[in-house]
Design a protein around this ligand. Sequence first.
Ligand SMILES: [Zn+2]
Length: 505
Amino acid sequence: MPPQNTKMINYYLSCLIDYALEKKLIAECDEVYIINQLIDLFELDGYVPEKVSCRPEIHEILEKLCDYACEKGMISEDTVTRRDLFDTRVMGIITPRPYDVIWQFDRCYANSPRVATDWFYDFCCDVNYIRKERIAKDKRWITNTEYGALDITVNLSKPEKDPKDIAAAAATLSKSKYPACLLCVENEGFSGNMRHPARQNLRLIPLELAGEKWMMQYSPYSYYPEHCIVLSKEHKPMVIDNGVFDRMFDFTERFPHYFVGSNADLPIVGGSILSHEHFQGGRYVFPMDRAEAEYEFTVPRFSGVTCSVLKWPMSVIRLQSSDRARITSLACRILEKWREYCDESDNIYAKDENGLHNTITPIAHLDGNIYRLDLVLRNNQTSADRPMGIHHPRPEYHHIKKENIGLIEVMGLAVLPARLEKEMARLKEMILQGKDLRSDALTISHAPWAEEILSRTSVDDGNIDSVINREIGHVFKNVLADCSVFSDLDSFKRFISYVSAPKTK
Ligand SMILES: [Zn+2]
């Protein structure tokens, strides 16, 4: 290990330069220019290159550079948020500018869409915008159910906020609305602050969808492989309207190896960001993609579109056709009909004094020449005994999941909160020691669930992990079923008849 300070900072800057050259983020002719910017950032008098023999991983190099910055007071307080702000600034210096990135993407795209996305995804990892070592911390498993295997993840990649950071963020409550949200194009290159992440290493690819200006980027959290975000260039609210299907199919035609889907446009059943119109996409086969048809039907005047109700815990209509115009126009009809649909027996009311309640979570694929749309019907009504939502996880499951069930989960991939990691570890420990689960703050909310499991399953050191994982998976399945708008196939068929009925007026 090189000695402290001057030699140390020279060594890790040499590592950074070596890394940037190897990953082709900079060229040899950029070297002096980049070093001078690093000298400025680290407030150095100069720089003497050190020999790099066994180069550490990029996150380790950045950790050492942050250690130096903490020691020298460039990072005022040693917390995760302040380190993230600083190390992103460092990476921003070696990240090529948007023009060069778009140029390279287009060059790869001329080869094939897949070559372009492969290159861009690797690039986003190389510039540490996607922090691979953090994503590797996520816990993942599958649980077999009558709907097939479901994917379960416990999201551990977002570092827990330091209370000092939370206090500092509250204290710097600025009036600035720039960037207006986390999805705005103004994030590209933004230096961040205590309340907004640094994005000097974020790069976006421009797209045209249905004649509008959109951009594509990857998600820094990668909930599944090549998890991308497609966002409107304009900061405007999420809307599920007839145009959404055309925008999604334009995307799948440009990137046939990616699916694309949208969160619903109403609170409770929508995603976490309703203020900025966006899609999510990527290269992954979700559990719902493997779901079979439970019931097939046709809609008069839409021959050529295969329609089915999926065997899936939520209420999903799958449309497939080689005729893009026809499948799109049927999807528009289903959306219009669903927006106005009421069914008292299933507690579905299209609107009341609080506004509209029915919406759709749509997902598009292009398989060869077959266009496919999965339309997941949603309703966001609440009631006195279900204030968080009638078609939302019921309270008895909130100990595992109480957040909105958005696009990713609809498709069968659970994104469970990080708190479960600690809570489940303690729960297992207490079960194995035969302790009262109601005596500990970490396990009390899980006690009724765990006691029910123990009443029917014998658990020991050897099987406890798999039993708990399996049971969490079953809770997720039940949570999805709670979000279903129809109680059974018969009530689903009533809606299908409503869609098929000739227009009155
Ligand atoms: Zn925005």
